[in-house]
Design a protein around this ligand. Structure first.
Ligand code: MOS
Length: 734
C-alpha cells in the first residue's frame, strides 16, 4: 500500500483547526484554569553577575492576597532535570544566591489574583554584590567551549589548497543576538493532586516537559500529565523546559493550590532562550573558473555560564557544496547572558548568511554570475558522508527560481540598475538544510461508525500538524477528512517527538503511516478465517482503502466496509500502534536530505537615506513530497518574514556594562510588519524523498534560511556596499 498522492495529499487543504482558531475557541495554555487557582509572578535579577547579598520579602509577604514568596532562601532542592538527546535541561532556579545573567529568576510570588501577584513581586527588594559580567565573545576571561557532538570536520588539505588557489576570499561576518518572540506569551498552569501532577504548558514537546518535571521533582513520569493542544508559536523557544515551568509547578506544590503563570513580553526576552550572536571567519579558495578548492569556516557564538546549548554554526558548510579541502569548526564563549536556545534554523541561519555572502563575494572576484558559481560547485553527492542524497533537486530550485524571478535580466555591475531615484539590486542564495527526524509513536483506531481516531503526544505549534496528519490518516485509511479525529498535545497519548528541527512531519507521519497500516492489518486478521468475507486471506499489499472500505486490488468490486467487519465480528473498534525511528545513513546507503532552496530577492535602496526596501521575493523549495501546498507555503512565507527581520531589523541589544537587555519589548525590538513584506512567490520542486516512506522532508525552518544572504547580496548589487554585519541598517549604507 503506497501513497498515491492523488486524493487528499498535496492540494491546499484548509487547516482543520482553522475555525477553532479564528473563533477563539482553540484553548491555548493560558486559557486553562482549575478551581481555587492561584497566580504567580516572577522577580528577575536586574544585574548580570554577582550574588544576592540582601533580600527583603516581608512587604511582599504581607501584601494583599499573597500566599507565598519563594526565593533561594526557602526553596527546596530541585534536581537538575534529565539529559535529553538534544540538550541538558537548564539549571533549576532558586538553588543558591549566585546571579549568572540579567533576568534570572530570584523569586516567585503566588497570590490569589494575577494583579496581586504582580503588585507584590514589585515589593521584593534585592541588594546585590555585583561582579563584572562577561558579555563579549572576545572577552579573554570567558571559558571557550568546543562542540562535543563531533560536528567540526575536515577533509583534504586546506593549507595546500590555499597555496594553489587562483582566487581567494577572506572575510569576517557577524550576526547579533535575536529573540524568538512567538506571539503567544508562554504560560504554565499546574495542579497537583497528591503525587500526581497535571500541567498545561506552552511547549513544542510535552513528553520532554514530563521527563524534566519528573526528574526535577523526583516523582514518576506516570503520575504527570502534560497537555498542549494549542501553542501560540514556538520557533524553538518552547523546545526546552524552562525555569518558569519548574517554578509554577513548585509554587503549586508549596501553596497546595493550582497555579497559573503567564510570562510578560519582557520576560520572554530573558527566560525562554534566544539565538546567539556569531562572529564568523570564512576563507574560500577557487580556481579561475570559480570552482572551490578551499572552504574554511570558523564560527564563534555564545553559551550561558551553566548550560549546554551547543549551537553549531559553521558545521553545515562542510556539505553544502562540493569542495576537496574543507575545514569547519565552532566554538562558544561562556558569558553572563540569558540562556540561549534554538531559534528557527539554529546555527544554520547564521552560518548560511556567512557562507552565501562569501560565495557572492567569490562570484564577483571570479567574474561569474552568482547563480553560476553555485551550479559550478554543486554537490551531486553528500560530500561529507560520500553517499548519494536520498533526493536533491537544488539544481531545479536554482533554475526554476531564477526563471520565475527573471534573474537573467540582472545587469551584474553593482549600482547599474535603477528605478527612479532608487537603486535596484538582485541577490540570491542557496540553502542546503540539515536533516533531523525525531522518533515517534502513534496509535490509530477505526470505530464502529466508520470514523477513525489517530493520535500522538506531539504538538502543532501553528505549523499544521493537525491538518497534515489528518490528511495523511484519511488518505491511508481511505476515509474522508471529516471522518478523522486527530489527537495530539497530551502525554497520555503515545510518545511524540519534539516539534523541532523541521522533522516532525517526517517522524510523526511515518509513525502515523505505520499505525494506519497496522489497523488495516488488524481488520485483515479479523477476517482471515471468515468464509463470508471477500477479503479472506488477503495480505496488506493485496488491498487498498477507499470510501470506508478495504478493497481487493485484484478485483475492486470485492470489498468490505470497516463498519461491516466490526459489526459482523461484534467489535467496537480495532486499534494498532505504529512507530518510527530513522535508519542510519550507512545502513540504507544514502544521505538523508534535509530540504533545499534557492532564494531570490529584489531590493530598492535609497542612496541618500540608506533605506532598504525588499521589493519582491521568489523562493524555490525542494521539500520532497508536499503534503499540503497551502500550509507548506504558509510555513515558507512565515519563515521568510523571520528572514527579512534577520536581514534588516532584528537585534536583541545588551547593555555592554550591565548586561541588561535594553530593547526587550515590542516597541524597541523590531520585527517585520506587513509593509515590510513584499509579494513572495513560493514554488515547490522535486520528488518524494526516499529516506522515509511518506517521502517528505521539512519546511518548518528553511523559509528563514538564505533570506539574509539573498538580501545582503542584493544590497551589494544595488549599492556596491558589502554589508557583513547583520542587521543591515541604514548607517552601514551611508
Ligand atoms: Mo526549531 S528552532 O527546531 O523549533
Amino acid at each position: 500500500m503506497t501513497i498515491q498522492a492523488v486524493r487528499l495529499i498535496g492540494p491546499g487543504v484548509d487547516r482543520v483547526d482553522g475555525p477553532m482558531k479564528v473563533t477563539g475557541t482553540a484553548p491555548y495554555p493560558a486559557d486553562f484554569g482549575f478551581p481555587e487557582m492561584a497566580h504567580a509572578a516572577l522577580v528577575r535579577a536586574t544585574v548580570a553577575a554577582g550574588r544576592i547579598r540582601g533580600l527583603e520579602t516581608a512587604a511582599a509577604e504581607g501584601a494583599p492576597g499573597v500566599l507565598a514568596v519563594i526565593t533561594h532562601r526557602n526553596a527546596p532542592h530541585l534536581n537538575r532535570g534529565p539529559d535529553t538527546p538534544v540538550w541538558r535541561q537548564p539549571p533549576p532556579p532558586l538553588q543558591d544566591d549566585r546571579i549568572l545573567h540579567y533576568g534570572q529568576y530570584i523569586a516567585v510570588v503566588v497570590a490569589e489574583t494575577e494583579q496581586q501577584a504582580t503588585a507584590a513581586a514589585r515589593l521584593v527588594e534585592v541588594d546585590y554584590e555585583q561582579a563584572e559580567p562577561l558579555l563579549e565573545l572576545d572577552d579573554p576571561r570567558a571559558e571557550i567551549v568546543t562542540n562535543p557532538w563531533g560536528m567540526d570536520s575536515h577533509r583534504g588539505d586546506v593549507a595546500a589548497g590555499l597555496a594553489s588557489a587562483d582566487i581567494t576570499v577572506d572575510a569576517t561576518y557577524t550576526t547579533p543576538d535575536e529573540t524568538n518572540n512567538p506571539m503567544g506569551l508562554f504560560a504554565t498552569v499546574a495542579s497537583w493532586d497528591g503525587d500526581s501532577l497535571t500541567v498545561h504548558d506552552s511547549t513544542q514537546w510535552p513528553h520532554g516537559v514530563r521527563a524534566a518535571l519528573a526528574g526535577t521533582f523526583g516523582v514518576p513520569e506516570s503520575g504527570i500529565r502534560v497537555l498542549a493542544p494549542f501553542v501560540g508559536g514556538g520557533f524553538g523557544a518552547a523546545l526546552r523546559t524552562w525555569p518558569h515551568v519548574l517554578l509554577t509547578v513548585l509554587a503549586a506544590r508549596t501553596t497546595r493550590r493550582p497555579v497559573k503563570l503567564v510570562l510578560t513580553r519582557p520576560e520572554m526576552f530573558t527566560g525562554v532562550g534566544h539565538r546567539t550572536r556569531t562572529v564568523q571567519h570564512i576563507t574560500l579558495g577557487a580556481d579561475r573558473g570559480g570552482r572551490l578548492t578551499v572552504l574554511d569556516h570558523e564560527a564563534k557564538n555564545s553559551i550561558a555560564i551553566e548550560d549546554d546549548n551547543y549551537e553549531p554554526v559553521a558545521a553545515d558548510s562542510a556539505w553544502a557544496y562540493a569542495c576537496p579541502n574543507v575545514d569547519v569548526r565552532d566554538t562558544q564563549a561562556r558569558l553572563n547572558i540569558p540562556v540561549p536556545t534554538s531559534m528557527r534554523a539554529p546555527g544554520q541561519a547564521q552560518g548560511n548568511f556567512a557562507l552565501e555572502s562569501a560565495l557572492d563575494e567569490l562570484a564577483y572576484a571570479v567574474g561569474v554570475d552568482p547563480l553560476e558559481i553555485r551550479l559550478r560547485n554543486y554537490a551531486e553527492d553528500q560530500p561529507q558522508l560520500n553517499l548519494p542524497w536520498s533526493s536533491k533537486a537544488l539544481r531545479d530550485c536554482f533554475e526554476q527560481g531564477a526563471g520565475r524571478f527573471g534573474w537573467s535580466a540582472r545587469d551584474p555591475r553593482p549600482g547599474s540598475m535603477r528605478d527612479g531615484d532608487w537603486l535596484v539590486g538582485y541577490g540570491m542564495a542557496g540553502v542546503s538544510f540539515f536533516w533531523f527526524q525525531p522518533a515517534c509513536q502513534a496509535r490509530a483506531s477505526v470505530r464502529a461508525d466508520g470514523t477513525a481516531f489517530v493520535r500522538s503526544s506531539a504538538t502543532d505549534i501553528g505549523t499544521g500538524t493537525y491538518t497534515v496528519m489528518t490528511q495523511l490518516s484519511a488518505e491511508l485509511l481511505g476515509l474522508r477528512l471529516d471522518q478523522i479525529q486527530f489527537g495530539l498535545g497530551d502525554t497520555d497519548l503515545p510518545f511524540g517527538g519534539l516539534e523541532g528541527g523541521s522533522g516532525l512531519t517526517a517522524g510523526l507521519g511515518t509513525a502515523v503511516r505505520a499505525a494506519c497500516r497496522g489497523v488495516i492489518q488488524a481488520f485483515l486478521d479479523t477476517v482471515a478465517d471468515d468464509p463470508g468475507s471477500p477479503l479472506r486471506g488477503c495480505r496488506l499489499d493485496d488491498v487498498s482503502a477507499a470510501d470506508g472500505y478495504l478493497v481487493r486490488s485484484d478485483d475492486p468490486a470485492r470489498r468490505q466496509a470497516y463498519s461491516g467487519i466490526l459489526a459482523t465480528h461484534g467489535l467496537n473498534e480495532l486499534t494498532a500502534d505504529g512507530d518510527s525511528a530513522p535508519p542510519a545513513p550507512e545502513e540504507v546507503g544514502m544521505a538523508p536530505a534535509g530540504a533545499f532552496a534557492a532564494r531570490f530577492a529584489e531590493v530598492r535602496v535609497d542612496p541618500d537615506l540608506g533605506l532598504v526596501r525588499v521589493a519582491r521575493l521568489v523562493s524555490a523549495v525542494d521539500a520532497g513530497r508536499v503534503l499540503n501546498q497551502k500550509t507548506a507555503t504558509s510555513q515558507v512565507i512565515g519563515g521568510t518574514v523571520g528572514g527579512i527581520g534577520m536581514a534588516l531589523l532584528e537585534e536583541t541589544v545588551t547593555d555592554p556594562v550591565s548586561g541588561r537587555i535594553t530593547n526587550g519589548n515590542f516597541a524597541d525590538y523590531l520585527v517585520p510588519v506587513n509593509a515590510d513584506v513584499p509579494d513572495h512567490e513560493v514554488l515547490f520542486v522535486g520528488e518524494p524523498d526516499r529516506f522515509n516512506p511518506i517521502g517528505v522532508k521539512g519546511v518548518g525552518e528553511i523559509g528563514l534560511v538564505g533570506m539574509a544572504a539573498a538580501i545582503a547580496n542584493a544590497v551589494f548589487h544595488a549599492t556596491g556596499r558589502r554589508v557583513r554585519s547583520l542587521p543591515i541598517t541604514l548607517d552601514q549604507l551611508l
